[in-house]
Design a protein around this ligand. Structure first.
Ligand SMILES: [Zn+2]
Length: 423
């Protein structure tokens, strides 16, 4: 924790961290941003989201997971999933995330090439997950088609891109046959990309796996050669102590999405046990249809509170640990911690500035505690991605607010008309 310090940025990277007075003498910056009373943190990272689903926010609330998918989300997705919806939904999501201090997100959705294009257009950093399922959708026909489209349209096109990295994002173990998983593993190994999958999210998922294969999902992935340091297990709510040990020894990461787990009544992930076992845990918002906000500050507060209840210990997760889950540890789960997740010379200049001169954040005994327990997303004043100032005193610099609101309204009308016709 450094007080009265400055961060110097050159090109897209952090050049130096030094006391304010020394910075004034050493550098003659072309742009100088001063924010007294604020705290500068590494740009927040959202380790799991379905960005385009912002357009389904509030569409099917108050349903348990299976009914939410079957009655709420899937019919609308089947009708409307398209490049146009993904572009508009992703832009809304990026606006929401930047305004909440999020500078990088890991996405899992159809039309991933459109998610990537949109992120690049807005200068947002992202890990783009190619979805993989065995059934046809508007984007691809079968697992082989998802995989080849993902490697051509996303991985090859964005290899070594300054903003975009890629992964495979099979929806869940129920969605793929053993043969499809094997095909995916071979390609993921070959391209050396992470595999991002909803895993042990609900009791019904584990029961269905036992019925269909005689194995719990983690065991099945292990048998298929997918339980390794490239795996990012999203949710990991219903896991036994031996399964936690298995994730730890494999070096797999977990994306913890506490609000989504509560909303869909999935349960509470054993975060304290993950940390004790040495599993790296990043924080995720999940999609806006199941949260309903893409707000990582709100998620770390929720994560810290829930961990206490789950572990029956008021200090189960320290505030500093919670903040790491949204920064450096999230970067580790995405295998990007050599580039982002902390404020260090040489790393990419992804930075978030938060105003603590607010009633709810005063007085400041401990800025980290204040960030985790007493800060709202509205207090985020500025955000930079690769040194570019994307949020400047609360105003987005690459996104037109009126255009986003107009398109959101148009989608609401189209989707409402469709749902009314079906009834
Ligand atoms: Zn999800």
């Amino acid at each position: 924790m450094l007080e009265n310090h400055a961060v110097a940025v050159a090109d897209n990277r952090i050049a130096a961290i030094l006391p304010l007075e020394e910075a004034r003498e050493t550098f003659q910056p072309s742009v100088l941003v001063e924010r007294p009373g604020h705290v500068l943190v590494p740009g927040l990272i959202n380790a799991h989201v379905h960005a385009a689903m912002t357009l389904f926010r509030g569409l099917a609330d108050d349903l348990p997971l299976d009914a939410w998918l079957r009655e709420g989300v899937w019919p609308v997705e089947r009708r409307f999933a398209s490049a146009e919806l993904v572009r508009d939904g992703t832009e809304l999501a990026i606006a929401e995330m930047l305004a909440a201090g999020i500078t990088c997100f890991c996405d899992q959705y159809f039309f991933p090439e459109i998610v990537a294009e949109t992120a690049v257009d807005l200068h947002m950093r992202a890990m783009i997950g190619t979805p993989v399922v065995d059934v046809p959708t508007a984007w691809a026909e079968d697992a082989a088609d998802y995989l080849s489209k993902g490697s051509d349209l996303v991985h090859d096109r964005y290899a070594d891109h300054p903003l975009i990295s890629t992964c495979f994002a099979p929806h869940g173990t129920r969605a793929l046959s053993d043969a499809s998983f094997t095909e995916l593993r071979v390609l993921a190994d070959q391209l050396d990309v992470p595999v991002h999958i909803h895993l042990h999210e609900s009791k019904s998922e584990v029961v269905a796996s036992m019925e269909a294969t005689g194995m719990r999902p983690i065991e099945r992935l292990d048998n298929l050669g997918l339980l390794n340091s490239s795996l990012l297990a999203v949710h990991a709510v219903h896991v036994t102590p031996p399964e936690i040990a298995r994730l730890a020894s494999a070096g797999a990461g977990v994306a913890h999405c506490p609000t989504s787990n509560l909303k869909l009544a999935c349960g509470i992930a054993p975060v304290r046990a993950f940390l004790d076992a040495g599993v790296t845990v990043g924080i995720g918002s999940d999609g806006a249809a199941s949260n309903n906000m893409l707000d990582v500050l709100a998620e770390i507060r929720m994560a810290a509170l829930l961990a206490n209840v789950a572990a029956d210990d008021g200090g189960a997760i320290a505030a500093e640990q919670a903040l790491r889950m949204a920064t450096l540890d999230a970067a580790k789960t995405l295998r990007r911690d050599h580039e982002i997740g902390s404020i260090e010379p040489g790393k990419l200049a992804d930075l978030t500035c938060i105003d603590l001169m607010r009633y709810n954040s005063q007085p400041v005994y401990d800025p980290v505690s204040q960030l985790v327990y007493a800060t709202r997303a509205e207090q985020v004043s500025d955000a930079w991605v690769g040194g570019r100032h994307l949020l400047d005193q609360g105003e987005l610099t690459t996104i037109n607010r009126e255009s986003i609101f107009r398109r959101s309204g148009e989608w609401r009308q189209r989707i409402t008309d469709f749902r009314n016709q079906r009834q």
